[in-house]
Design a protein around this ligand. Structure first.
Ligand SMILES: NC(=O)c1ccc[n+]([C@@H]2O[C@H](COP(=O)([O-])OP(=O)(O)OC[C@H]3O[C@@H](n4cnc5c(N)ncnc54)[C@H](OP(=O)(O)O)[C@@H]3O)[C@@H](O)[C@H]2O)c1
Length: 365
């Protein structure tokens, strides 16, 4: 980035504004990247997460008055503005809607690049990002929006299958978790809450089109009383004249993407709870960066329409996307190099869903 010494590119200086569900995970991921330096994170509320960050050696800056923090016995390194002055790029991980408000602050730093999250509208940045689909289009831009967890998963699966088969139409039924694991105050209890107020389709179909404008997709969504992951049921029609699919072919196509994990209910992975359990003690802190597809649930009907189930860890699948978005905006690596670096640093593609001999599971195993 800005300081080049002896032809060597300096580490990209990253600040995270908002240290909640997504911000904490992006901060951890930045710490693992060899080409990035974490300048710090911000907090609004003086609470236990400050200690969590400081124990990891992360500088904490305050969005609100530092006096509130001192009153609770917490020392901060400075204000949000002090952090931004040191950064090449800020990853905004504030709550839905706040990121758009924060743009006025970021505009005071002409060299600062900014990445917003899926809770913000596409128009705020004019560019929505997905590593698999449009990495190269970030070059030369100052702003990007990493799309939501569900849209990220849909783009990953659709673009991967579209590379092997020609998709005519996608229909997705989305069963959303009603709250994240720490949000004890927010969860739906014993009810199904269809996303009906805004009509048909749900916003996900429109959001996928900000990344894949040529894909014909329609979606319906609703919330269920669960916190662990989202579930999708996908139905995919292929163009009649193109290559037709069978279940093995679909599984083979999907496993070409290391950010898609094929799992098997025959091996006991029968639910999102089992998936989270498998990742809780494998060095990932419970994070499933990969989109999980049940290989034994993949099928093709007599009209050639593909059906599959997938599960998405809403807290994690956007994390590698944010890391790639940093490199894409800063122009420090091309897509292939960035994805390889991110995957290596986060152990993506080394999931325990592989047999002992290291072969990736296929539909035949
Ligand atoms: N959670 C998900 O499943 C998920 C998945 C994909 C994308 N997203 C998107 O990611 C974004 C962040 O969501 P989240 O779930 O991580 O939210 P979250 O858990 O509520 O965390 C938000 C963080 O932002 C801080 N904050 C509040 N007001 C702020 C402000 N004005 N400026 C800067 N920081 C502020 C909060 O600080 P304090 O803790 O100090 O109060 C908190 O740490 C949203 O756009 C969301 O739509 C979320």
């Amino acid at each position: 980035m800005r300081n080049k010494r002896a032809g060597k590119i300096a580490k990209v200086k990253v600040g995270i504004n908002g240290y909640g569900t997504i911000g904490r995970r992006v901060a951890d991921a930045v710490l693992k990247q060899p080409d990035m330096e974490l300048i710090g994170v911000t907090k609004v509320t003086p609470d236990y997460r400050i200690e969590e960050a400081q124990e990891k050696g992360i500088n904490v800056f305050s969005v609100s008055s530092s006096r509130d923090f001192e009153a609770q016995g917490y020392l901060v390194k400075g204000r949000l503005q002090d952090m931004l002055a040191e950064c090449d790029v800020v990853v905004d991980c504030s709550p839905k809607g706040k990121g758009s408000e924060n743009m006025a602050i970021y505009s005071n730093y002409p060299n600062l690049k900014a990445i917003l999250q899926g809770g913000e509208k596409h128009d705020i940045t004019g560019f929505s990002f997905n590593s698999d689909c449009n990495y190269g289009q970030a070059a030369g831009r100052r702003l990007a929006r990493v799309v939501s967890c569900n849209t990220t998963a849909l783009c990953r699966i659709i673009s991967t299958l579209n590379a092997s088969f020609r998709i005519r139409k996608v229909r997705a039924t989305i069963v959303r978790r009603s709250a994240d694991q720490s949000e004890s105050e927010k969860s739906v209890l014993n009810a199904w809450v269809p996303e009906a107020k805004k009509g048909f389709p749900s916003h996900h179909a429109l959001d996928v089109k900000t990344i894949l404008p040529d894909i014909n997709i329609t979606t319906l969504a609703g919330e269920a009383p669960m916190t662990l992951m989202h579930g999708h049921m996908l139905f995919i029609e292929l163009e009649k004249g193109g290559r037709q699919a069978d279940a093995h072919g679909v599984a083979d196509a999907l496993q070409k993407n290391p950010r898609i994990m094929l799992c098997s209910s025959q091996k006991g992975l029968t639910s999102t709870a089992k998936l989270k359990d498998m990742f809780s003690l494998n060095g990932r802190n419970g994070n499933l960066y990969e989109v999980c597809v049940w290989k034994d649930g993949i099928g093709v009907d007599s009209d050639g329409e593909i059906g599959l189930h997938m599960a998405i860890d809403q807290q994690a699948d956007v994390v590698p996307e944010n890391i790639d978005a940093i490199r894409a905006l800063c122009g420090t690596a091309d897509r292939q190099a960035s994805v390889a670096l991110t995957n290596r640093a986060l152990s993506i593609g080394n999931s325990p869903c592989k047999p002992m001999d290291g072969r990736v599971l296929s539909a035949t195993t």
